[in-house]
Design a protein around this ligand. Structure first.
Ligand code: 5AD
Ligand code: SF4
Length: 468
């Protein structure tokens, strides 16, 4: 690139500033951090790996499990001397708390941690530049957690920096399910879906930048219900299956995924898409949370285990090789030993390719926090260890079952060792393989030669080796 071309890419202000973002929690937050970086780039902010010497530090927080807020406060404690050092040098460090902790506890953070200049909820990132300017003038006046999702997506620049051939794309936010353990309906607000045309434009832009795989994100993504594209207004709103079919027509996009889903929103059309939409990858994260109907009811999950199992059977009928994933919570209030055994049985019956499991943690303001029968910590730990051992075995067994198969792998990045590339199988397994760097960003056929709990090792098939 010539110096002149670089110059044209310079931020409008020409005034370079250092931005450090620390991201906690889920993929949605990783995505949001990228959005914040994009929104701040035109103001001259360039990403910095460390907070030392940064002009702006953003802690993009997660509120989903206990201790999240405490982690933020201790990080703020570490930032305090860095901010003081910057001020002593005659510079300044603006500290922002973003994300779900900000949404839930904004006023409290401002009161408890004066080192914080501004607090910004997930719906207001497009207003960051304005908020930062206001914070510079009067610290404390910049509390901004109003819900305005439409404006957020309208105004966030359509131009995104992409990092490799696999990208996330938020299509839906918020949740109306109100599971009794969960803060999301309170922190992210009501379900809201982006219009199809807006999503398709972003997907086309990603494809033009070399993205091959898009994972559609939403807190409750299969509840997606977005405005139909121009010319199709008569359709009313489109669901996730229609959106996936629409995006699959975009040239360059080879793979589609979506996460996270609720069993109650797994419609027939979405199940059918798993059967006939080639670009939709055979992987589904469909949280069960618990195996006991009594606990499922107390969690307000709105389905029984039998209904979940029947749903899985229909999904497997449509796509027999689908890799299933789940979230589990152990030690929900009132969970007995027998309830927990029902969770173990359920996991055995379904058979997961991977899964996440957590000890229940009380989230203030959620119904679960006030329920009787809170389970002692040591019991939770015991149950978690037993469940995780089972899920680890299942993951290992699934990975072992792939040895000897040939799988298409999207190579995303250099591997751990020289001469290796790392990528993902259709089932979202990490795969590493000796391969030329020229295959980065491409899908190649790989024979799986070994498996561990967390990854597959493969070798390029002859045809691919010749082609590279
Ligand atoms: N305690 C433990 N786990 C929780 N999760 C959400 N809230 C809680 C909580 N209060 C888990 C659920 C959810 C995942 C993202 O985090 O399993 O699916
Ligand atoms: Fe939380 Fe998911 Fe339940 Fe919504 S469906 S309340 S995001 S756990």
């Amino acid at each position: 690139m010539t110096a002149a071309a670089r110059g044209r890419e310079r931020p409008m202000s020409g005034n370079r500033k250092r931005l450090h973002i620390k991201t906690y929690g889920c993929q949605m937050n990783v995505y949001d951090s990228e959005r914040m970086r994009d929104v701040l780039a035109p103001l001259g902010y360039e990403a910095s790996e460390t907070p030392e010497g940064a002009d702006l530090v953003i802690l993009n927080t997660c509120h989903i499990r206990e201790k999240a807020a405490e982690k933020v406060y201790s990080e703020l404690g570490r930032l305090r001397p860095l901010k003081a050092a910057r001020q002593a040098e005659g510079g300044g460090m603006t500290i922002a708390v973003a994300g779900c902790v900000a949404q839930a506890e904004g006023a409290e953070i401002m009161a408890r941690a004066p080192v914080v200049d501004l607090v910004v909820g997930p719906q207001s990132y497009h207003q960051l530049p304005e908020l930062i300017a206001r914070a510079h003038r009067a610290r404390g006046e910049a509390l901004q957690t109003e819900f305005e999702p439409e404006a957020k997506f309208d105004r966030l620049t359509a131009e995104r920096a992409v990092d490799g051939p696999a990208a996330f794309l938020t299509v839906q936010e918020g949740c109306d399910k109100f599971c009794t353990f969960c803060v999301v309906p309170y922190t992210r607000g009501a379900e809201w879906s982006r219009p199809v045309d807006q999503i398709a434009a972003e997907a086309r832009m990603l494809a033009a930048k070399g993205v091959k795989e898009i994972t559609l994100l939403g807190q409750n993504v299969n509840a997606y219900s977005g405005e139909a594209p121009a010319g199709r207004e008569a359709d009313g709103r489109w669901g996730l299956a229609q959106l996936l079919r629409h995006l699959s027509l975009i040239g360059g996009i080879e793979r589609l995924r979506y996460t996270t889903s609720h069993p109650r929103d797994m419609g027939d059309d979405l199940i059918a898409a798993h059967g006939d939409l080639e670009k939709l990858m055979p992987y589904l994260h469909l949280p069960l949370q618990a195996g006991s109907d009594r606990v499922l009811r107390a969690m307000n999950r709105r389905h029984t285990f039998a209904e979940y199992a029947e749903l899985i059977a229909r999904i497997r009928e449509a796509r027999p090789d689908i890799a299933l994933s789940s979230d589990f919570i152990v030690g929900f209030p009132g969970e007995t030993g027998a309830d927990f055994e029902a969770t173990m049985r359920a996991a055995r019956e379904i058979g997961y390719a991977s899964a996440y499991s957590f000890k229940y943690s009380r989230r203030p303001g959620t119904p679960g926090a006030a329920m009787p029968g809170q389970v002692p910590e040591d019991v939770k730990s015991e149950r978690l260890a037993a469940l995780q051992a089972l899920l680890d075995d299942q993951q290992r067994a699934f990975n072992d079952s792939c040895v000897g198969r040939t799988l298409p792998v999207l190579f995303e990045r250099p591997g751990k060792r020289a001469g290796q590339l790392g990528g993902r199988s259709p089932y979202l397994q990490a795969v590493h393989c000796d391969a030329p760097a020229a295959l980065t960003g491409r899908i190649a056929t790989v024979r799986v030669i070994a498996a561990s709990k967390n990854a597959l090792a493969g070798e390029l098939c002859d045809r691919e080796r010749g082609a590279a």
